[in-house]
Design a protein around this ligand. Structure first.
Ligand code: PA5
Length: 441
């Protein structure tokens, strides 16, 4: 059976040896044990660990039915959410969609507070039959709340309150938060985000699954792929690739490689990297520690960031995600005049050239002292995407415990919110408002 694989050979050499990686085996096993047995910090947020294997068939069916109804009723559905309530669905939908499809079924809002973005969105929806999936675990996040208030008003003006409420689905906490209260009062269809699943680990809950299903993709296959990876990474040992990834990146970090660049050679993976950045950034960046997660899209970024990566400060390593087989075939044609000099690759598939760009870069970067890890996905399908999502989640939990942080909280995210609320004079922030205004005088 094909599965995603991890190759760390390109990371071994000048900076770390195989022995350095293997020396972390005990730490990785202990970290995995904490995840499996719920004995580590943040253990009230481990609901994601067994999520794929315990997901009820009724829940999947409810999500599929709700998605089907939204697809029938709406030309377009706006998924409103930010951070973990946005990036997982966006990553999967981007990876599986046609890059040039102008009639996307799912579009996103609430992930920024750009006035022009929201204005353009309202204009785009003005003559369309649309629906809304509003997603917020806390139910109190400002960015999605603003987008929802605007679009709810627009939908109610278009359809009237009663009809509009049939096209709105809320995904939030079972009891707490303003969104739960609003959904109850307005009679929206709702899905629950369980207390024990944090935002950035929620892609395999209705948070990710409903928008993905509305976009027309097979969520059963996605969960099945994740379930396979749950199985592969359950037990400690040399075949556990999540442990190996966590061990290798921690060995590199301890050897001075403070930045990890996630590299793809397929533009459809741009948002997978954005999801990964949140997962690792919020999970590990605390207590003055943590690898800085960065990302590039190659070969595009070889023409912008390539110089830095090849010859800049040697504090980086890279993890390449390589898609083994594209879903389509494009062959480079022969041209009799050959004025562009490309006949030497005529007859080759575009992917063959892409793979040579990848291999050439890998060799150059290893020569340039950039350790290289390589994850291969057999193809961009729901199943393999489910595998890689779960793989990164599991490795993140292991890696965070190896770093000796609580991988499941995000206290730092609150700092900007406190200041923003104080600056906007939110009720309850009177003292903070006075203090921040005094600082700005
Ligand atoms: O990982 C997290 O918990 C956060 O990044 C959240 O996903 C993000 O802040 C959105 O929160 P909420 O779903 O409560 O609106």
């Amino acid at each position: 059976m094909k599965t995603i694989t991890l190759d760390i050979a390109g990371a071994l050499g000048n900076v770390i040896s195989e022995a350095d990686v293997n020396a972390l085996r005990g730490e990785a096993d202990a970290a995995l044990d904490k995840l499996n047995n719920g004995t580590g910090a943040g253990n009230d947020f481990l609901g994601w660990v067994n999520l794929p294997s315990t997901m009820g068939i009724n829940l999947i069916k409810d999500i599929e039915d709700t998605a089907e109804q939204l697809r029938k009723d709406c030309e377009v559905v706006v998924a409103i959410g930010i951070g973990g309530s946005y990036l997982g669905a966006k990553a999967v939908i981007e990876a599986l969609s046609n890059s040039f499809d102008k009639n996307q079924k799912v579009i996103f809002a609430g992930q920024n507070i750009g006035e022009d973005y929201l204005h353009e969105l309202q204009a785009y929806l003005a003559d369309k039959k649309f629906g809304i999936i509003v997603i917020s675990k806390s139910g109190t996040t400002t960015e999605p709340a603003i987008a929802f208030r605007l679009l709810k008003e627009q939908l109610e003006k278009q359809l009237g309150k009663a009809e509009a409420s049939k096209r709105i689905v809320a995904i939030t906490d079972a009891k707490k938060g303003a969104l739960r209260q609003l959904a109850t009062e307005e009679g929206y269809k709702t899905f629950v985000i369980d207390d024990n699943v944090g935002g950035r680990f929620s892609v395999l809950t209705p948070v990710g699954l409903l928008p993905i299903a509305v976009a027309g993709f097979d969520i059963k296959a996605l969960v099945e792929g994740a379930k396979n990876m749950e199985e592969f990474t359950r037990n400690a040992g040399e075949y556990n690739t999540a442990e190996l990834y966590a061990m290798t990146r921690n060995a590199l970090y301890r050897a001075g490689k403070k930045i990890e660049i996630l590299v793809n050679y397929n533009p459809k993976l741009h948002y997978l990297a954005e999801w990964w950045k949140q997962l690792y950034g919020e999970s590990e960046g605390k207590d003055g520690k943590g690898i800085f997660p960065a990302a590039v899209d190659n070969s595009t970024d070889l023409h912008s960031m390539g110089q830095w990566i090849q010859e800049g400060e040697r504090t980086i390593f890279e993890t390449v995600i390589s898609v083994e087989a594209p879903n389509n075939t494009v062959v480079i044609p022969t041209d009799e005049a050959n004025l562009d000099g490309l006949n030497y690759i005529a007859g080759k598939r575009v992917d063959e050239v892409n793979k040579m760009a990848e291999l050439g870069t890998r060799i150059a970067h290893i020569d340039g002292n950039v350790p290289n890890l390589r994850i291969t996905i057999p193809a961009l399908t729901e199943g393999y995407l489910g595998e890689i999502l779960y793989f990164f989640e599991k490795a993140c939990g292991i890696s965070g415990y190896m770093l000796d942080v609580n991988p499941f909280n995000q206290p730092g995210v609150e700092a900007y919110k406190r200041n923003m609320f104080a600056l906007l004079a939110k009720p309850g922030y009177e003292e903070a408002t006075a203090a921040i205004q005094a600082r700005l005088k």
